[in-house]
Design a protein around this ligand. Structure first.
Ligand code: COA
Length: 373
């Protein structure tokens, strides 16, 4: 029994308690502290949801204004961090840049005690969008972009520091929804990584750095980039169908589809799909959206597999002019809230996480003389 479980990715095992979210249990399928994610995405900005996840309740208007102002005041990048970012080549994977940037920040502004956990989290929330875009613009466009912008929100800050200009209202709205959808997701791989690290009583930057490493993989956060690589060369819905059928025949995995917990749909998909359609119409060229819709239909018809949160994020981000390689770092800027809240929750009722393994190796034996090997 134990062997089967360890080979099955711990699926279905309850590995701890959380008051932060439910997945596949109530409402549309995803709730943060009792609120349905669709409700939050329709009515809130990301900072409200971050506040909810990190502090337990939605903020009042005054609390929200103060929180946003405080985050805004923390956007500056330390000079030493800029120096490190400037050393990282354009060929680096942006998730490696996130990992190094987070770790460097931890060297410069170490969490000296758990009393500082909210403060170091807020600092990372404020810094991460500018950090990745500072590196991107320096390494790709030889430009030291100003990260202390007038952007009113983290959503706007990301787009502003990427393109070095104030983004449109529509694009900011889409980013708000996107950041809300990605903010928290119970015991997913990266969050579990953060919790395991927290359970050793490690510092917040180590927990987040480890989580970034887990999120990097294509079976987790990297799926939105992989989905973009799939759809970007699809020229028409007909050609998309042909391509997907060929991939299914070859038993290829199609990124952006399926989920470890959801069985019939991912509630985040409907929200981002709607935004992707709006962006397509605004853009005037709807091909990316149209091929995505066809992929969705074919996957459901052939395999009863549905789009997860990542699939329509690919077209949505592309319509906003976001380079594919920056898709997963946006996920980091958002999921940081979930990771940090889980670290705080783990710390509040901690026991080191240390499961056992079912041994399947050779029988006990003795070393003997080296000449006998
Ligand atoms: N493309 C093709 N086949 C898929 C698939 C996909 N995206 N997702 C699942 N399947 C297949 C599996 O290979 C499996 O087939 P098998 O029984 O013949 O081996 C079957 O569907 C059931 O898989 P399931 O148990 O539901 O998946 P899982 O829990 O092992 O894995 C994922 C979940 C998310 C890792 C998996 O669906 C996947 O790799 N998706 C693509 C990556 C992705 O989009 N990740 C982001 C998740 S938010």
């Amino acid at each position: 029994m134990a062997k089967e479980l360890s080979g099955a990715g711990l699926r279905g095992q309850v590995a701890g308690k959380t008051a932060l979210s439910t997945v596949g249990q109530t409402g549309s399928g995803l709730t943060y502290r009792g609120y349905d994610v669709k409700d939050l995405a329709a009515n809130c900005v990301f900072e409200e949801v971050a506040y909810l996840i990190l502090k337990g309740e939605l903020p009042t208007q005054t609390q929200l204004d103060e929180y946003k102002a405080s985050l805004k005041s923390m956007r500056a990048l330390p000079e030493a961090l800029k120096t490190v970012l400037e050393q990282i080549p354009a060929t680096a994977h942006p998730m490696d840049v996130m990992r190094t940037g987070c770790s460097m920040l931890g060297n410069l502004e170490t969490e000296e005690s758990f009393d500082a956990q909210q403060q170091v989290t807020d600092r990372m929330l404020a810094v991460f969008p500018g950090m990745i875009n500072y590196w991107y613009n320096f390494s790709h466009n030889s430009k030291r972009v100003n990260v202390e912008t007038d952007a009113d929100s983290i959503a706007e800050q990301f787009l502003w520091t990427l393109h070095d200009e104030k983004p449109s209202e529509l694009h900011v709205q889409v980013m708000q929804a996107s950041l809300i959808l990605y903010a928290e997701h119970e015991f997913n791989a990266s969050t579990f990584t953060a919790r395991v690290c927290a359970s050793t009583l490690s510092d917040m930057h180590s927990c987040v750095t480890g989580a970034i490493g887990s999120l990097r993989g294509p079976l987790h956060g990297g799926a939105n980039e992989a989905a973009m690589e799939l759809i970007e060369n699809m020229t028409s819905p007909e050609q998309a169908e042909e391509q997907i059928m060929g991939m299914l025949a070859r038993k290829d995995k199609i990124m952006g589809f399926g989920h470890a917990i959801y069985r019939e749909s991912d509630p985040r998909n409907a929200v981002i799909k709607e935004w992707s359609e709006k962006l397509a119409q605004k853009n005037g060229d709807t091909n990316l959206y149209d091929v995505s819709v066809r992929c969705e239909a074919v996957m459901w018809r052939e395999k009863k597999l549905f789009c997860n949160a990542d699939f329509f994020h690919a077209s949505a981000y592309n319509y906003m002019g976001i380079p594919t390689k920056l898709f997963t770092p946006i996920f980091v800027c958002s999921r940081l809230t979930g990771w940090a809240a889980h670290v705080m929750e783990q710390r509040a009722d901690n026991r080191i996480i240390r499961p056992s393994a079912d041994y399947v190796g050779v029988e006990p034996r003795e070393v003997g003389p080296i000449s006998a090997r």
